[in-house]
Design a protein. Structure first.
Length: 145
């Protein structure tokens, strides 16, 4: 009989715990058995990425939400990381129902579309501020390059 993936994961995890002198494996197995693993697949991934999608990027040692600003013909994705208002690299304000208040960074980064799909977390819900940030970033780069 085929079991759902989350049930198979649960059973494999339970089988790894055996009683030792430091803990009783049956208690751990019972706790794992009573856990609902259906939440593991809570995000539905898109099949393609487009402007306004939000991904988790890894800038330096921190991971942060980043908003996609363009997808090139070769499937390269350009995105602007979001940061706090105290950051020296703050370009313009960012207000989103899902990502709170902060700002767009003064830089953009690139990744592959596959990376963006794998790290997709949602959609930026304020197109007016996104378009304003793109315009300000272009001005900033033209002035400083």
């Amino acid at each position: 009989m085929n079991q759902p993936e989350h049930e198979q994961l649960k059973r494999e995890l339970m089988e790894k715990f055996n009683p030792t002198t430091t803990y009783i494996g049956s208690h751990v197995r019972l706790a794992v058995h009573q856990t609902d693993f259906k939440g593991l697949k809570s995000t539905t991934r898109p099949t393609s990425i487009r402007k306004g999608d939000v991904i988790v990027s890894f800038e330096g040692v921190k991971s942060r939400p980043s908003v996609v600003v363009n997808v090139l013909k070769d499937r390269t994705v350009l995105y602007i990381p979001l940061t706090s208002t105290e950051n020296v690299h703050c370009l313009s304000e960012s207000k989103s129902r899902f990502f709170g208040e902060g700002c767009f960074c003064k830089a953009f980064s690139v990744c592959t579309e596959e990376f963006a799909i794998e790290h997709f977390i949602g959609v930026y819900d304020n197109n007016k501020l996104l378009n304003q940030a793109i315009k300000q970033l272009k001005e900033y780069l033209n002035k400083n390059l």
